[in-house]
Design a protein around this ligand. Sequence first.
Ligand SMILES: Cc1cc2nc3c(=O)[nH]c(=O)nc-3n(C[C@H](O)[C@H](O)[C@H](O)COP(=O)(O)OP(=O)(O)OC[C@H]3O[C@@H](n4cnc5c(N)ncnc54)[C@H](O)[C@@H]3O)c2cc1C
Length: 369
Amino acid sequence: MASDRTDTSAVVIGAGQAGLSVSYYLARLGLDPGNDFVVLDRGPGTGGAWQYRWDALRIGSAHRINDLPGLDELGVSFDTADRHAPAKDVVAQYYRRYEDHYGFQVVRPADVLSVENVGADLLVKFRFDGEVGSVSTQTVVNATGTWGAPFIPWYPGLRSFLGRHVHTNDYRSASDFAGQSVVVVGGGTSAIGFLLELEGVAALTTWVSRRPIDFQEDGDLNLEARREAVQLQDDAARAGRALPSIVSGTGVGRTRRIQAGIDRGVLTPRPMFDSIEPNGVRWKDGAFQRADAIIWSTGFRPELRHLAPLKLREKEGGMAVGSGVSFRDSRIFFAGYGPQASTIGANRAGRMIARQVIATLSRLQAAGR
Ligand SMILES: Cc1cc2nc3c(=O)[nH]c(=O)nc-3n(C[C@H](O)[C@H](O)[C@H](O)COP(=O)(O)OP(=O)(O)OC[C@H]3O[C@@H](n4cnc5c(N)ncnc54)[C@H](O)[C@@H]3O)c2cc1C
């Protein structure tokens, strides 16, 4: 389907849940993987961002990992996977089998450096095996997630801290903090998970959050709140604004494990500190907590640096995207972005985006391009 000038019809950047889901539907709609569309992924292995997550994040302690479309053909499901197994291993293994089964031929580790407009086509430049290569294409599906763009808010004294700053994406194991005084920042499930893991390992944990924690009494994420949170994400994406934090819209489910942590006094949040000093953190009222490490569970931003040459960013701070397609350039698709940033959202995006890619290719073909 690629035009005479292009190497391929579509390049999918990223082989996490979103990129694989789009790939599945592109293949179902008749595109040949490796020829009609090419998948490039930076990760050394399969699993998208999951391959980097910490050991203690088990299948049973993740929110819920939804099955990729067509995963049932392999006779496996995340719903029946061992709840005690590290999520990173199970996801990497299932994705590997999925990629092989459907023959996606993901190119990895291929780090996409830029996507550029070259006349009617798009040129995707990437680093592979120490060399910079390129592939020309008619459409691009960006499915790069957020893991590569950790966000740490600025506080006075941030750089003066003599201890360790650790973001969620650097966290490996509670044993790295044995005997230490640890401040955990953030109001979401990652912060809570770390506090529970550090109990009895760290000498002391201090939990701080910018907002009061919105515990949901139904023990699971409140579905109504979740719909609203997805709506907020969609509104922001359509308006080209920076995306709001997910947890600010959903709250945190008061599961039995979390309630037990609250009862033991492990999960007692304090307001956000005001400044950071070389040996700890200080609140406005003068209170001070000595700290060896600060764990920042403060979220991520979409990873979009490589799209800069396309000049898609709005003055409002984000990309204007609706139903997975850029409002500025209808050849650029966003999978797993904003309202789609969950495994279920990424699945839905797959079908919706693949159909639009095919429609765009037909339009380009009809226009003789
Ligand atoms: C700690 C944590 C726990 C979570 N738990 C859950 C959960 O339990 N359930 C749930 O539904 N969601 C969960 N999420 C959200 C989760 O990240 C998404 O659901 C989903 O896994 C994201 O899939 P994705 O394909 O959009 O992104 P990713 O899985 O991040 O995949 C993106 C891929 O793109 C690649 N990439 C990035 N930049 C480039 C580039 N420039 N060039 C080439 N490749 C690139 C990356 O290497 C990666 O392989 C969690 C998120 C976090 C941070």
